[in-house]
Design a protein around this ligand. Sequence first.
Ligand SMILES: Cc1cc2nc3c(=O)[nH]c(=O)nc-3n(C[C@H](O)[C@H](O)[C@H](O)COP(=O)(O)OP(=O)(O)OC[C@H]3O[C@@H](n4cnc5c(N)ncnc54)[C@H](O)[C@@H]3O)c2cc1C
Length: 577
Amino acid sequence: MPGDTSLININSEGKKQNTFDAIVIGSGISGGWAAKEFCEKGLKTLLLERGRDVVHLKDYPTATKNPWEFAHRGRLTKKETEENPIAGRCYAFNDTAKHFFVKDSEHPYIQEKPFDWIRGYQVGGKSLLWARQTQRWATYDFEGPARDGFAVDWPIRYDDIAPWYSYVEKFAGISGNLDGLDTLPDGEFLPPWEMNCVEKDMKQKIMAAYKDRNVIIGRCAHLTQPREIHLQQGRQQCQARNLCERGCPFGGYFSSNSSTIPWAQKTGNLTMRTNAVVHSIIYDQQKGRATGVRVIDTNTKKATEYFAKVIFVNAACLNSNLILLNSKSNRFPNGLGNDNDLMGKYIAFHNYRGSMFAEMDGYLDKYYYGRRPTQVMMPNFRNVHKQETDFLRGYTVHFGAGRMGINQHVEGSTIGGAFKDALCEPGGWYVSMMMQGETIPKESNHVRLSPDKTDAWGIPLLITSVDYDENDVKSMKDFLVQGEEMLHKAGCKNISIKDSKQAPGLDIHEVGGVRMGLDPKTSLLNKWNQLHACTNVFVTDGACMTSTSTQNPSITFMALTARAANHAVSELKKGNL
Ligand SMILES: Cc1cc2nc3c(=O)[nH]c(=O)nc-3n(C[C@H](O)[C@H](O)[C@H](O)COP(=O)(O)OP(=O)(O)OC[C@H]3O[C@@H](n4cnc5c(N)ncnc54)[C@H](O)[C@@H]3O)c2cc1C
């Protein structure tokens, strides 16, 4: 039976072969960082990945294809769309990148409430697919729960993590402008991308009209000007192709595949096992610590155990919850470290429901070069210093302006000279805007294990029970009013506003379930991301997050991971783990 460890007969020689200094579960954004840190510091490290290997350069089959080389010009067939109602809602799930997404039928889960769980099961995880927006959190974000009385207090503040933001930014390569804002701290930036002429004018008009609002170019994990450390990784300048989710042959954006994993491999200290799904973590009650993990080969279904002094759980938020909830023992019948029964609870995400579209007259003699891989943004301006509205927290605004496509502005005739001439010209300017709202972690927003349904490897299916609340609706309504007003003031016309009513999950920023905190009674992890009740197990992906702020999360996962891994190394040296 898959996962039945009573069937595992491991002799002492086999045990030695399967023993490492550190085990990292998951090779995505956060796991890649853990592996890099451990290997660099000399730890023999096992990186376990449930999916197949994806080798940088070699395994990007569509990266250099032209549109006409795809049977449907990059679009999915009707059959594929119908077969993937969940993955198909993600903008990046198309014929050019579908091989990096989990298809709906492959890995089922149970939606008690609608939740679009978007996943990438391969070496590199979702680091191949992400949109690479990398804004730091501000002081106000870490203070949020304590100030506004929700969730629990973060056990760290901005100053604890600031040096680690710098550390990961320098290696990953983050482009951005030094804007000097307290709501969005600056980092170690490569040169920023440029706003186009419409965006520059909009910035000037919006900032003149609102003293509390800033318009800046989004910070993103692209090499606008590679430094020595990036060249050493074998990466090159971003070519602004904006075909990133296919995998980048230039290494122009940060992915585990192009950066942290090859770096770890170069040390000679990394062992990577692919097609190896972690079933659970093994806890030794006598030793009072975790000793290893149970793994099932996804092809043969053979179970194996691996052992290490320290275990990092980086399977991405919901899968990390699943693994820990499934790690049951006499000491922890409800999941490893789950003494307070809070594991799987207080899941949060980002509210993406509100968006708008508008047109801008003029600027018809102006264009822009390349396909910029980032947008313009406005850091949160709601409830920053004190509570000002009838909803808690706030939202980041992302927006951008561009010329409409050549076939989007030709109305009426579909034949004739005038039609052909029009096809050679870009259309007028459009502006699109969307919110990224903070949601409040609540006990009722949770995931748990199915008591009776399992997957192909005998692992319980995950049940998702996560939804919006009144606060999210109020926040969205505020954005729709404020956004429309700002577009008006910036000179836009024909503004249409939209509540997409999309389910949680499609933001792909899910966090929580194994939250950090000061008190073991109300949290699962301490300030170094160690399980309070089993300190050689660390959780440093989205599962560890106490709240969600209004910023894209992954740069914070990287910084927390690097910080925790270096703490683990120093504790190992002291003999504390
Ligand atoms: C289209 C898209 C756009 C996005 N845009 C942004 C953005 O602009 N900015 C941002 O900050 N974030 C963005 N994200 C989110 C970002 O990708 C994730 O936050 C990030 O990848 C999470 O890192 P992770 O290490 O936790 O998980 P992942 O990168 O998903 O890696 C987890 C790995 O664990 C493996 N795994 C899972 N379960 C097991 C198991 N039981 N055993 C072994 N291995 C396992 C998976 O196969 C996977 O490889 C985006 C995501 C997508 C898909």
